[in-house]
Structures are given as structure tokens and as C-alpha cells.
Design a protein around this ligand. Structure first.
Ligand code: G3H
Ligand code: ZN
Length: 305
């Protein structure tokens, strides 16, 4: 089916107390693994493209791969920009047909984050495309962060209320204790901070850095409005694991497709596991995707089919 926007999927998830998996795709095998798992699980799905993926594959190539795979799928899929760094990148992705944008102004001064986010929201909404914004900072494990730094970077509920009111963003990436690109799932989310954010705001929240978070903590966070969970590092780990294992089993092989099939299968099983964990398995029924009630839907921000 044609791509849908993240607006409709996330409002349905907020209403239904589950989360939609947002899986990072860097190459064809990852795109196929994500879509195949979603179809088999009858789950709505978000395929997202990072700056690294755009540099690696090229914007048109990666967006066309996702669009083609989604068109063949019988579940709703979204093409989302992950951590868009500026206004220009968001414009380029809108033109390339993305059905969900993100501006990450979290490392900029607050007023600058507000200003650029609001400008992107205004532009994207004209085209019926929703925007995710970020407030507070989800730090990078490669920077060797301390617990104190993670706590200090968490999203402030009062500031978040001001931010959402002034920008009109459709979903908010919140910093509640996760760190990007951790090799193991060891972190626990700060559920008290998440509850305070939920008490202040009623839009969908997004969890970044999920590969480093304990699964029981992810499940608990879904109950307090985490509606989109980003998964990247785990998929890359699975991809490499599959490749190394296949290479060891047939070291004389010269056909890369043989090894890459093992990578694709390994990624698919991680995606399947996460879809089940997030509660989005089975949300696409024979009669179609269960959409949120009409009261939740903006005239402009419905499906852009
Ligand atoms: O934006 C993407 C993510 O936040 C993924 O984080 O690499 O820790 O899974 P992760
Ligand atoms: Zn992220």
C-alpha cells in the first residue's frame, strides 16, 4: 500500500497503549527485513533514515527503496527522517516524499530550537506531513557519558509544555534516561520523569536510544505514552552477527547474497521480537488498520495516500 504518515499511526498507538517500532534502515536487506517482519506480524511500521544512511546510500536511493518495499506491503508503513539536522534537510526530505519528518534541535539553544522547529512544522503541515521534535538531549554512548550527564540532559516538563505550544510539533522525542548506541540493554528509564511529562502534555512521545534500554523498562514506558520506539544499533548488531556466522559457516563462498540473506534473516527476527514487545503485533486486521477516532484526526494531517 502507499506510504502513510506517522500522525495517524502514533495517535492510534497513543489511544491503544502500544508503540509503533521505528526501525533504522541503511541498506536494501534491512528495508526488506523490517517490512517482511511487519507484514508477518500484521503491524504498522515506521522505516526511518538517519543522516548516516543518507550519506551511505543517497537520499533518493534510500527513499525509493523504502517506498517500493512499502508499496508491496499489506500493512501501513511510514518513511521518516531520523534526526534531521536543519531546515534544509527537512525540505529535501519533504521533496523526496518522506511522510514524516524530524528536526533535532536539542543541542541548540532553546529559542533557536523553538524557531527552527516551528518553521519546519509550518512548512510540513502545508503538505500534510507531521513533524517530530526533540527537547532535552539523548546523548551518545561514544561520548562516554556519565549518569549525572544523562540526568542533567533529561526533558523538563514545564519547558516541554512551552515548546509544544509554540512549535505545533506532532510528536516529541523525550530524554528520560536512554543513551544512543549502547552495545547492551542495561539502562532503566526514568518513569517518574515520563509521568510528569505525560501529565503536562498529551501528544505522542518518542523514545530514542532504545537498544540500550532494558525491555521491561520499555514496556513500562509505553503505558505512559511512549508511542514510537526507535531501534537502530540492535539491527546493525544483528546484521553483522548474521554475516559473521554465515561467513564462518561457508568461508569459501564468493556470492555475497548467501551471506547477506543470513544478515537479513537475523535483522528480521530482531524486528519481529521488538514488534511483539511493543504491542503493535496484530494491529492491522483483515478489515484494515484500526485508526484513531475522528476527533483525533486533523483534516490536514490524515493519510497522504
Ligand atoms: O534515532 C535512532 C535511535 O534513537 C536509535 O537508538 O541506536 O540506541 O537503538 P539506538
Ligand atoms: Zn535517536
Amino acid at each position: 500500500m502507499p506510504l502513510v504518515t506517522s500522525k495517524e499511526l502514533l495517535l492510534a498507538a497513543l489511544e491503544g497503549h502500544y508503540a509503533v517500532g521505528a526501525f533504522n534502515a541503511n541498506n536494501m536487506e534491512q528495508v526488506q527485513a523490517i517490512v517482511d517482519a511487519a507484514v508477518e506480524e500484521r503491524a504498522p511500521v515506521i522505516l526511518q533514515v538517519s543522516q548516516g544512511a543518507i550519506r551511505y546510500a543517497g537520499l533518493d536511493t534510500v527513499s525509493n527503496m523504502v517506498r517500493t518495499a512499502a508499496a508491496e506491503a499489506s500493512v501501513p508503513a511510514v518513511l521518516h527522517l531520523d534526526h534531521g539536522p536543519d531546515f534544509e534537510q527537512n525540505v529535501l526530505c519533504l521533496r523526496a516524499g518522506f511522510t514524516s519528518l524530524m528536526f533535532d534541535g536539542s543541542k541548540r539553544p532553546y529559542e533557536e530550537n523553538v524557531k527552527i522547529t516551528a518553521k519546519i512544522v509550518e512548512m510540513a503541515h502545508i503538505c500534510g506531513v507531521p513533524v517530530e521534535a526533540e527537547l532535552g538531549k539523548v546523548l551518545q554512548s561514544a561520548d562516554g557519558v556519565t549518569e549525572e550527564q544523562v540526568i542533567a540532559a533529561m526533558t523538563d516538563p514545564v519547558q516541554a509544555q512551552d515548546f509544544v505550544a509554540r512549535t505545533g510539533c506532532d510528536s516529541l522525542a523525550v530524554a528520560i534516561g536512554s543513551v544512543h548506541a549502547m552495545a547492551n540493554a542495561e539502562a532503566e528509564l526514568n518513569i517518574e520523569r515520563l509521568k510528569a511529562l505525560r501529565a503536562a502534555l498529551d501528544l505522542p512521545f518518542v523514545l530514542h536510544g532504545s537498544s540500550g534500554v532494558k525491555e521491561e523498562s520499555e514496556v513500562e514506558a509505553i503505558q505512559y505514552g511512549i508511542c514510537k520506539i526507535n531501534v537502530a544499533t540492535m539491527l546493525n548488531q544483528a546484521f553483522v552477527r548474521g554475516l559473521v556466522k554465515a561467513q564462518a559457516a561457508s568461508p569459501d563462498n564468493i556470492d555475497p547474497r548467501k551471506w547477506l540473506t543470513a544478515s537479513r534473516d537475523a535483522v528480521k527476527e530482531v524486528v519481529r521480537h521488538k514488534i511483539r514487545l511493543f504491542g503493535s503485533s496484530g494491529k492491522v486486521t483483515a478489515s484494515g488498520f484500526v485508526s484513531p477516532p475522528k476527533t483525533f484526526r486533523s483534516a490536514k494531517l490524515g493519510s497522504i495516500e
